[in-house]
Design a protein around this ligand. Structure first.
Ligand SMILES: NC(=O)c1ccc[n+]([C@@H]2O[C@H](COP(=O)([O-])OP(=O)(O)OC[C@H]3O[C@@H](n4cnc5c(N)ncnc54)[C@H](O)[C@@H]3O)[C@@H](O)[C@H]2O)c1
Length: 392
C-alpha cells in the first residue's frame, strides 16, 4: 500500500479541520495513497505536542523550515495566515514536495504570482483548499451546468455574508492588511469567485462598480495565544488600526456573456455563514446556500410552464451525488468538515495520477481567482471598470 507523509503548517481553525480530514479520509474513502500524519508545526505558545497528541500527528515542531525541507515529508499542507503562504509553499516546492495551500492563494497578487510561477517550475503538484467545491450540492451544480441543463447562463448572483466581526472582536491577523492582504474580500469573495468559476465553467473578464468599506476602524489589540480566530480572541486594552475592508461588493462579466454581482461582508447581521449563489440560464436556474448545504435548488424551465417551479434536491443520495456514497445513507446529512475530507481524497487521487471527482484548483487556477480579487480592489480604489487583461 502506497503512503505519503503529510506535514501540516499551522494549527488554528484550519489546522483542526485539516487534521480531521487527514485522519478521516482513509477510513471513509479508499484513496490510492494513504496519508500518514507525520508532523504538525505550531508556534511554541500553541503547544504543538499537545495538538499532535490530540489529533494524531506523530511529531510536533516549532520550525516550519526544517519540516518542509525534511526528506521524510511528501506533502506540505499550509494553513497559516495569508502573508506566510508564499514563503512556506515556495520553499516546500523547491524541496520537491507536493503542496496543498489554504485560500486565498496569498494576501497579495505578487505573492500569488510568485507561487504560480514556482508551481510551474516544480515537480510537485499543487492544490488550493477551495473546499466549497466539494460540497455534494455544489459539485452537482457544476455537473448540471456541464450537462447543459441551464442552457446559456445570463446571471450569476453570489454572496458570502457573515456577522462575527462585531466591535468586541480584537484586532486579529484578519484585520491587518500586512498579514491578511484584505478583509472580507480575500476571505469571502475569494470563495464565491472560485465557486462561481467552478460551477459556470467560465472566467471573469471584467470587474466594475466595486465598493469597499471599513465600518470599525480601530479594535482592541488581542492578548493570549496565537491561532484564535473568527471572534474567539481575547481583547486587551490598547487599540490598533484596522487596515482591511469589512465589506466589498462588485459587479462582473463572465467570458460566456453572463453578468454577475458579488458581495462579501463580515457584519451582515443575521447571516452567520451564508455562502451562496443563484445562477439563471435560458433553460433553468440553480440556487445554493451553505447554511442549508445538503440542498440544491433547481428550476427547470424546460418543463411546461404550468408545472415549473423551484425544486429542492436533497443531495445525499449515494448512487447519484458526488462523494456521498462514502458517507451515510440518504438524508443522513453531512456537515462542514466533510468538504475537507472530500478534498483530501481528491488530493490523494491527483497525487497518484488519477482524476479527482470534480476539478481541483491548483496554484495556477487560484491565481486566476486572485487576479479577480485584485481587479475589484483596483475598481474600488480608482472607481472605474477594470478588464482582467490589465491585471497580470
Ligand atoms: N477554506 C476555508 O473555508 C477557510 C476557513 C478559514 C480560514 N481559511 C484560511 O486558512 C488560513 C489559516 O486561517 P485560520 O482561520 O486557520 O487561522 P488561525 O489564526 O486560526 O491559525 C493560524 C495558524 O498559523 C500560525 N501562524 C501565525 N503566524 C505564523 C507565522 N508567522 N509563521 C508560521 N505560522 C504562523 C498560527 O500559529 C496558527 O497555528 C488562512 O489563509 C485563511 O484564509 C480557510
Amino acid at each position: 500500500m502506497a503512503t505519503i507523509n503529510v506535514a501540516l503548517i499551522g494549527q488554528g481553525f484550519m489546522g483542526r479541520s485539516h487534521s480531521n480530514a487527514w485522519g478521516q479520509v482513509a477510513k471513509f474513502f479508499k484513496p490510492p495513497i494513504t496519508p500518514v500524519m507525520h508532523t504538525v508545526f505550531g508556534q511554541p505558545e500553541e503547544n504543538p505536542p499537545a495538538f499532535a497528541a490530540n489529533w494524531g500527528w506523530k511529531n510536533a515542531s516549532t520550525d516550519w523550515q526544517q519540516v518542509v525541507r525534511s526528506p521524510e515529508i511528501g506533502l506540505v499542507d499550509v494553513v497559516t495566515p495569508n502573508y506566510i503562504h508564499a514563503p512556506v509553499a515556495i520553499e516546500a516546492l523547491a524541496a520537491g514536495k507536493h503542496v496543498a495551500c489554504e485560500k486565498p492563494l496569498a494576501g497579495t497578487l505578487s505573492d500569488a504570482r510568485a507561487m504560480a510561477e514556482a508551481a510551474r517550475k516544480a515537480n510537485g503538484k499543487t492544490f488550493v483548499w477551495f473546499n466549497y467545491r466539494r460540497c455534494p450540492a455544489v459539485a452537482l451544480a457544476h455537473q448540471l451546468v456541464k450537462q447543459g441543463k441551464l442552457g446559456e447562463i445570463r446571471h450569476v448572483r453570489a454572496v458570502y455574508l457573515q456577522d462575527w466581526a462585531s466591535e468586541a472582536v480584537p484586532l486579529l491577523w484578519r484585520f491587518d492588511k500586512s498579514l491578511a492582504g484584505s478583509g472580507a474580500h480575500g476571505d469571502l469573495n475569494a470563495h464565491i469567485i472560485d465557486m462561481t468559476r467552478f460551477v459556470t465553467g467560465a472566467e471573469i473578464v471584467e470587474v466594475a462598480g466595486a465598493i469597499a468599506e471599513t465600518f470599525i476602524r480601530k479594535r482592541k489589540l488581542p492578548v493570549g495565544a496565537a491561532g484564535e480566530t473568527l471572534g474567539a480572541g481575547k481583547a486587551g486594552e490598547q487599540m490598533g488600526d484596522v487596515t482591511v475592508d469589512d465589506t466589498v461588493l462588485f459587479l462582473a462579466r463572465f467570458s460566456n456573456g453572463a453578468v454577475a454581482s458579488f458581495e462579501a461582508a463580515r457584519q451582515a447581521t443575521g447571516n452567520q455563514n451564508r455562502n451562496g449563489f443563484e445562477i439563471n440560464g435560458t433553460k433553468g436556474a440553480l440556487k445554493f446556500d451553505f447554511e442549508r448545504m445538503n440542498e440544491l435548488q433547481w428550476y427547470d424551465a424546460t418543463l411546461p410552464r404550468a408545472v415549473q417551479g423551484w425544486s429542492t434536491i436533497m443531495c445525499t443520495h449515494g448512487g447519484d451525488h458526488p462523494y456521498v456514497a462514502n458517507w451515510w445513507p440518504d438524508a443522513h446529512i453531512i456537515g462542514y468538515e466533510h468538504g475537507f475530507t472530500n478534498q483530501a481524497y481528491d488530493i490523494l487521487k491527483a497525487i497518484a495520477g488519477e482524476e479527482p471527482t470534480v476539478p481541483l484548483p491548483d496554484f495556477e487556477d487560484a491565481y486566476q481567482t486572485q487576479r479577480v480579487l485584485e481587479a475589484a480592489m483596483i475598481s474600488a480604489a480608482e472607481r472605474r471598470p477594470v478588464k482582467l487583461d490589465e491585471v497580470k
